[in-house]
Design a protein around this ligand. Structure first.
Ligand code: PMP
Length: 362
């Protein structure tokens, strides 16, 4: 009963049929058409159990990311991997550590195995390696870092990530959650593969829910040391990835052109939207720098201008951002980079929201 159930981004607004859903960081361009075709192609085989080991999918991931498929494990979303890592390596009396505005699943995962979730403060909404290391004690079993982080959009460099690993004792598992890794274009960013290769206690997780646009199918994967793969394979449900999901994910990962298009789309519109919103800084709006497929916008603490007011204003236009009160950021909204028309419509709506203040009583 200690679990505060996960609140997904809203997808509907009463009375509005055509909503613009910018609340769940779903890939703006949707999946590769080849993935959709592969998914449909499974229609005649639905009576067959899937390959429980997801062999072809792991091989496709291995080819694409230059990794040994025997050290890859697939999960029903990366979420399933987090749960199984916690089941394997933490329990009552143990602590699971993550940063102040870290991804909301981590505390749920901790409670689900009877462990205690512990947060360490961030600096300017950025993961603070020193604060995390200061929060480690003899009960700490797992440290989760989302890099880039949701909902802040911030990241830490490869050097910082290594410093984190070096500062943690061998008995602590480090989980590097790279759900948004494919979107990052910073030269000092590292996804964690070399860390996994260089240690026995580091795992990197990734997902098909974001840039590959397959959130509906629930496919994630982890790159792990062999001993951890062995443990996770014992814990996971035998047929955890459905056959249509495996087929679609393989097609998606092989369509490198679609991924490039999605990256290019995000690079352009992330920067465009950030600039558009930042142009209202005189009015008290703030955009935090993001390397993911979303931005975090802070609103002024003034009646009629707050994040909750913006949320209602946007809702009247059919736009659904993500409220971030549950992330300890009640003055912010997280907004996913959608299609071109959606991004432009949103930017206009935010301008109109700010403009509407002129009409309100000062
Ligand atoms: N990690 C982070 C940081 C996320 O934002 C999300 C999705 N919101 C996930 C993991 C989970 O993704 P999935 O279970 O769909 O793979």
């Amino acid at each position: 009963m200690e679990i505060r159930p996960y609140k997904p981004g809203k997808s509907a607004l009463t009375g509005i049929t055509d909503v613009i859903k910018l609340s769940s960081n779903e890939g703006a361009l949707g999946p590769s058409p080849m993935a959709v075709e592969a998914f449909r192609g499974q229609g005649d085989e639905l009576h067959r159990y899937p390959d429980g080991e997801a062999t072809s999918l792991r091989e496709a991931i291995g080819r694409r990311y230059n990794l040994d498929p025997s050290r890859i494990i697939c999960g029903a979303g990366s979420d399933e991997l987090f749960y199984n890592l916690a089941r394997a390596y933490a329990g009552p009396g143990d602590e699971i550590l993550y940063s102040q505005h870290g991804f909301n699943i981590y505390p749920i995962v901790a409670h689900s195995v009877g462990a205690t979730p512990v947060t360490a403060p961030e600096k300017n909404l950025i993961f603070d390696v020193d604060a995390i290391l200061d929060s480690v004690n003899s009960r700490t079993r797992i440290v989760f870092i989302a890099n880039p982080n949701n909902p802040t959009g911030s990241y830490i460099s490869g050097d910082e990530l290594r410093r984190l690993r070096q500062g943690l004792s061998e008995g602590i598992l480090l989980v590097v959650d790279g759900a948004y890794a494919e979107y990052v274009n910073r030269s000092d960013y590292e996804d964690g593969v070399t860390l996994v290769d260089g240690s026995e206690n580091t795992v990197m997780t990734r997902t098909f829910s974001k840039i590959y646009g397959l959130g509906a199918l629930r496919v994630g994967w982890g790159y792990c040391p062999t001993k951890i793969i062995d443990v996770l394979n014992r814990l996971r449900a035998p047929f955890n990835i459905t056959a249509p999901s495996q087929a679609a994910a393989i097609a998606a990962i092989n369509d490198t052109e679609h991924v490039l298009l999605s990256q290019e789309h995000n690079r352009h519109w992330l920067s465009w939207l950030s600039d558009q919103v930042q142009a209202h800084s005189n009015s008290g709006l703030k955009v935090y720098p993001s390397v993911g497929n979303f931005i975090l916008v802070q609103f002024p603490d003034f009646p009629g201008r707050r994040a909750s007011d913006a949320n209602s204003f946007l809702a009247r236009r059919g736009i659904i951002p993500r409220e971030t009160t549950g992330y300890g950021l009640p003055d912010c909204l997280r907004i996913t980079i959608g299609k071109e028309g959606e991004v432009k419509y949103l930017a206009t709506a935010i301008s109109d929201f700010v403009f509407s203040w002129g009409k309100s009583v000062k």
